[in-house]
Design a protein around this ligand. Sequence first.
Ligand code: SF4
Length: 393
Amino acid sequence: MGHGHPAQHRLPHGRHRTQLGDGLVRAALAGIDPIDGVPITVVTTPQARNSRDYQGRSACQGNSSCIPICPSGAKYDAGVHVRKVQVRTGCTVTRLVPRPGTASPTVVFRDWTTTDRAEEQVNGTHVVVALNAIETPKLWLASNLDNRSDQVGRNLMDHLAEEVVGLFGQPVFPFRGPQSTLSVETFRDGDWRRTTGAFRITLGNDGWGRTEAPAAALDKIMWYPAAKQLKHYGQDLQDRLAHRVTRMMRIGYSTEQLPDPANRVTLSDQRDGLDIPRPKITYKIDDYSKRALAYGHSVARRLWQHLQDTAGAENIDPLQPTLKYNGAGHPMGTTRMGTDRATAVVNADGLSHAHTNLWVVGSSVFPTAGTANPTLTLAALTLRTADKLAATL
Ligand code: SF4
């Protein structure tokens, strides 16, 4: 159950098994004072992962490789539903062509498994574009569809992510479940947002997450890389591994990014192997989001300090923010949703303002980014679109 989740709402699955480390870290942060007046409440993050066998997909096996991919199928991804529909593989849509009257656009595509890759086409009552926040505006622009709002491709957003890493005071045995199931969401909103973006904090169960891969950590402990010799042997090596690898922990933070019309997807002069224009991406990070990163770092540092003071944790990171952030791989925006066709591409149901029976689903319809990972929101919006579309049939 997540922060702000209605207590009376019954979730379809039970809780995931609590990781050893999650329990220890949650207990260690239980008594912390508010930071800058903001309460530190550790909550369980809503998961799109099965905690039990469900509709032919297994329960979470606890292998902690959810990013980039879940090998067991416990984690939801779009492939779950793609496998339920008829898919024509080996084809790439090259453009949509509007038809007169109330008909949806014609879908033109090339089958790249054929020798000549000639254009083919298909017509349907409805067309749903579900190509993510880069390819959806690219197809729209390459098709020269109606863009009177001038919003197609604009407001590309991501979450900027960084983390503070160290060693917990006792073994937490990471890498034995979903990569993160705990978070602090109380910095999603507050007075500081007049000048500084919101952020969320995640407590990782995946060692040092994006800072150092487990194999690299092991290599550092074990090897003189130039000489290709083992540094330590026997009990000494065992002790060093137990001291470090079993206690690795991270506190991550990721920020909202403002919708900036100048951050955008347009068409490149280059074309791909199917003669489709490549996307050209213009993107920069605004100061508002950079200040959120710095503030997130400050809060994460103070959480670490508490773990050092009360739970014997050791910090590894430098004291100052590095601003060596990563993108979170959450592209959003670019076909924004809104009630006014002058400033939005689709309406609240995901239906195009400009074209008949043309729907868009995915995080491209987000008008703002918030702090939360987009999957659950985009899935909820897609279900709403599906209901609205089904009601028209
Ligand atoms: S831990 Fe992650 S990768 Fe492993 S089964 Fe669970 S969801 Fe899938």
